[in-house]
Design a protein around this ligand. Structure first.
Ligand code: MSP
Length: 636
């Protein structure tokens, strides 16, 4: 079977945050599950770069827009890597492969009369990249409940797309395909919206040049949403590409509830007009909300740095929290305390503890070798029954794009495993020679439960699988979804080992404590150097430099190679900060560079400048400025 799943393509006008991470991690878990059941999977993500707001942000940064988006896109890719996202393709809408498809579709729709030229007079919300008619505005502002920002008046010649012509066909499709828009509450919202009547959509702009030019009228650029939605087929090489023939229609477009409307109205109508099949499911999940009730977003400034969260809790625990806390059909509550709570209770206490105590007993009572089991008792039969039920339900939940529901099921099995340890009390069996065979059965069942848990958790926490396999003394090839409810898979005689705890408990105050550390033995300050003349100081040229990428210099402990941007120009700088910063923590930071220092070679790499850092008593902190300062700004 083939399986095609997509995330939205994100605007690269700011770095990814925990909200954008949710959709990507959820799609990744579903894609991984489908690979495990043997499907041929295509998992697509990417960036929506031709937006006016992206252009405006670059402009405000005084940067060439392409150089700007290149930098932000690197940040997306670095985060996806740190979160173990297994995408098969990453489409950027500035790529020619995408432009060519958008141009040909626009021309085709024009030639067949579905796009026509007229004049647009109305309002535009740039943050939402949405056209609004006067009567839809709320107090003269964007009516989108998450936005409410000022709108701009537009009066320009535009091309229009005949949405109205396809209104009835779309309603018919939604009514006859009950699973097309999910969850069902969103389907009902969409039905009501379409029944209210669709107006033709303005699909070109003339007041700026950033974007895809209309091929037969190059004063116009294609409206960003028309352009963006087409990514789902341009990435497959529409219309001739083998990927398109193999994977279209998509099985699921996973999106946030904010953009269901674009996917459930504009996208199907484009496809109907092109006479190609519609995607099978558009799933609109809820939002992660902060404690104060606002949506987590860059513009609200309530998004924590995802790299820092990964550094603190690890990618698996962060993925687990994100997937577990967003219940189907509702919003999820985001807080760092919430991550710690899930980590300490579900991961350390429930899962980690079961694995570590059962392995400890295997080590203690059977020298770490899995014994051959004897006869099953009702307790084992009950576990076996439950594993079948849990596997079935997990599959059902993942088919319904509900990873939280799937994890809830899996944790029913975790809870049962812990109860099984208490009920069988192996420590008591070990004291009775008569119970040797019973103890063998119990200990073997422990090992099988651990294997089953490694299988079931694999799509959600891919970094955990090899760690469990290592402790269990098996190759990763033993991780087979089909065998998640089969028993007797592990050969007796495996050498298990009790390794590091899989999820050490975390004390949140470690990260939130404001108290100063003990001051015993204060480090000494370096003496101040000899005076210099102002003219000497004035020779130094300090600039803000935006870090685009960072990587450790191979075979060194201290050096990091940075790619920085100053006034739209890239430079390489080698810096001795690797003992204090992880490369991924540096991307996006705006540091201070001594920009006119003579280049020097470090480990064969030419370093064009030096970044400033404060250091005292063994700790070091780079000097940074906020994002109001573009790369290239003077520091004096
Ligand atoms: N570029 C458009 C999408 C075009 S798809 C053809 C866009 N980009 S976006 O950068 O604004 O990303 C929006 C998506 O990010 C949401 O639909 C959702 O998937 C995800 N999220 C952004 N903030 C979120 C939360 N606070 N919580 C959960 N998901 C969130 O819209």
């Amino acid at each position: 079977m083939k399986y095609y799943i997509t995330t939205p393509i994100y605007y690269p006008n700011s770095n990814p945050h925990i909200g954008t991470a949710y959709t990507t991690v959820a799609a990744d878990a579903i894609a991984r599950y489908h690979r495990m059941i043997g499907d041929e999977v295509f998992f697509l993500t990417g960036t929506d770069e031709n937006a006016q707001k992206v252009f405006r942000t670059a402009e405000a940064e005084k940067m060439d827009p392409k150089v700007y988006v290149d930098g932000v896109v690197e940040g997306f890719k670095t985060l996806w890597k740190a979160l173990d996202i297994s995408y098969d393709d990453f489409i950027r809408t500035t790529e020619e492969r995408h432009h060519a498809v958008v141009r040909s579709i626009f021309t085709k729709l024009y030639e067949q009369g579905d796009i026509y030229k007229s004049e647009y007079s109305g309002w535009y919300c740039t943050p939402c990249e949405t056209f609004w008619t006067e009567n839809k505005l709320l107090d003269g502002k964007c009516p989108n409940p998450d936005c409410g920002r000022p709108v701009e008046l537009l009066k320009e010649e535009s091309y229009f797309f005949r949405l109205s012509k396809y209104q009835d066909a779309l309603l018919e499709h939604i009514r006859t395909h009950p699973d097309f828009i999910q969850p069902h509450s969103r389907r009902n919202e969409m039905l009501r919206f379409i029944e209210g009547g669709l107006e033709d959509l303005c699909v070109s702009r003339t007041t700026f040049e950033w974007g895809i030019k209309v091929p037969f009228d190059p004063n116009h650029v294609v409206y960003v949403w028309l352009d963006a939605l087409i990514n789902y087929i341009s990435a497959l090489g529409y219309a001739e590409g083998g990927g398109y023939a193999r994977f279209w229609p998509a099985d699921v477009h996973l999106v946030g509830k904010d953009i269901v409307r674009f996917h459930a109205v504009i996208w199907p109508i484009i496809l109907m007009a092109l006479d190609i099949p519609l995607p099978k499911v558009i799933y609109g999940h809820g939002w992660y909300m902060s404690k104060d009730g606002g949506k987590i977003s860059k513009s609200r400034g309530n998004a924590q740095d995802s790299f820092e969260l990964i550094r603190r809790y690890g990618s698996d625990a962060l993925r687990y929290f994100l997937l577990r806390e967003m219940q189907a059909g509702t919003d999820g509550a985001y807080s760092e305390d919430g991550i710690v709570e899930r980590l300490n209770s579900d991961l350390a206490n429930d899962l980690g503890n079961f694995i570590s105590r059962s392995l400890a007993m295997l080590v203690k009572f059977r020298s770490g070798l899995t014994p051959a089991p004897g006869q099953d008792c009702p307790l084992e039969l009950e576990l076996k029954e439950l594993s079948k039920e849990v596997k079935r339900n997990t599959e059902r939940k993942l088919d319904a794009c509900d990873p939280a529901g799937a994890l809830e099921e899996i944790w029913r099995f975790v809870a049962r495993c812990n109860k099984y340890v208490d009920e069988t009390a192996p420590w008591a069996l070990a004291r009775d020679e008569q119970q040797k065979e019973r103890l063998d059965t119990v200990l073997y069942t422990f090992a099988e439960c651990i294997r089953i848990l490694a299988v079931l958790t694999a799509p959600f926490m891919p970094g955990l699988t090899p760690r469990i396999c290592c402790q269990l003394g098996v190759e990763e090839s033993v991780i087979s979804w089909r065998e998640a409810d089969q028993w007797g898979i592990l050969a007796p005689g495996l050498a298990v080992q009790r390794g590091e705890p899989l999820f050490p408990r975390i004390d949140i105050s470690e990260f939130t404590s404001k108290e100063e550390p003990e001051t015993a033995g204060e480090p000494e300050f370096e003496p101040i150097k000899a005076e210099i003349a102002f003219e000497d100081f004035a020779k130094l040229d300090f600039r803000v430099a935006r870090i685009i990428s960072a990587e450790k210099v191979e075979k060194t402990d201290k050096l990091i190679k940075l790619e920085v941007e100053i006034a739209g120009v890239k430079r390489t700088v080698v810096s001795g900060i690797a003992e204090h910063y992880a490369p991924e923590d540096l991307v996006g930071q705006r540091v201070i560079l001594v920009a006119n220092l003579k280049p020097t070679k470090l480990r064969g790499i030419t370093s064009q400048g030096m970044i400033l850092a404060a250091s005292h008593g063994g700790s070091l902190e780079i000097l940074t400025v906020g994002d109001r300062m573009p790369g290239g700004a003077r520091v004096k």
